[in-house]
Design a protein around this ligand. Sequence first.
Ligand code: COA
Length: 336
Amino acid sequence: MTKRSIILGCGSYLPERIVSNAELAETVDTSDEWIVERTGIKQRHIAAEGQYTSDLALKAAERALAHAGVDAKDIDMVIVATTTPDNTFPATATKVQHNLGMVNGAAFDVQAVCSGFIYALSIADNMIKGGQAENIVVIGAETFSRILDWEDRTTCVLFGDGAGAVVLQAANGADPASQPGGSADLGDNRGRGILSTHLHSDGSTRDLLYVDGGPSSTQTVGHVRMVGKEVFRHAVTNLAGIVHETLDANGLSPADIDWVVPHQANKRILDGTARKLKLPIERMVVTVDRHANTSAASIPLALDEAVKDGRIQRGDLVLMEAMGGGLTWGSALVRW
Ligand code: COA
């Protein structure tokens, strides 16, 4: 029987502490005006001391499971996309698995920086299609505040902490795209599901955005370093490219998309991508002003917000896209 994956529920969590641009300007040579004008960011959430990536991930996962109406004991895979794991090993996902009370299944991390959630979603979708799992929790979770150089104004103002999660469930039947209207046996899940995912990377650009430390190289954690202008240039080109690739693969045009849920790095990147696609900015879910760049967490955080406030409705065509260090980039098209 052909399988496909449905996103059954979502959830997210943001640490309590909010740091405004004005507060940052007290310790680093910057201003609210500069940050808002160049990035659209007004504030970010920062994890409390002793609050780890796994803690944020757990809260997001619990909320996603509640929203999906699925019990943790029925989950057979936990995938955490993160660049800021609690420890070098074991995988943060194993801690989340344990804290969810699961003793079965498999748990592992995925590392593709800001594209991590899309990579993890793609892996999960293929696990379900391949019959290797029935219910998967896919989480994007980060404490980027721990790898920032708080004296480097060119990077420290851009990022925040947070987590988001979705619950994927296997459904019988082919991709909904190939079944207009669905078939009767799909019941409540008629027409829903992940239509396609697309992944790319180009390691020749790895020096544009990286961390200057690591277990094998410096035996330190290191800090985020970035050639901002170059990353910006690649972002708009790569993101517009991946959107076209995704739409072409499904025989669709930008006008067919109900919602774009993009990785939230910079409001100007979102505006530039929307312009290139001739897509009204109103159809993009924007959270970068309040969350800043939460790396792998940004898409599931934005998705959860738009689902819970009723913007994303059953049957909507939702396109998620991201680019991050590597460079990596990718997309996922979903019939909600
Ligand atoms: N506050 C005040 N001034 C700042 C600053 C800050 N936080 N950060 C940089 N500046 C200064 C620079 O030092 C530079 O000063 P100079 O002209 O005297 O040398 C000036 O602002 C312009 O810097 P520049 O780097 O050219 O600005 P920009 O318009 O390229 O904007 C970014 C910088 C980082 C906002 C922009 O390049 C960007 O968003 N890049 C993509 C980043 C990204 O999204 N990364 C994650 C991808 S997942």
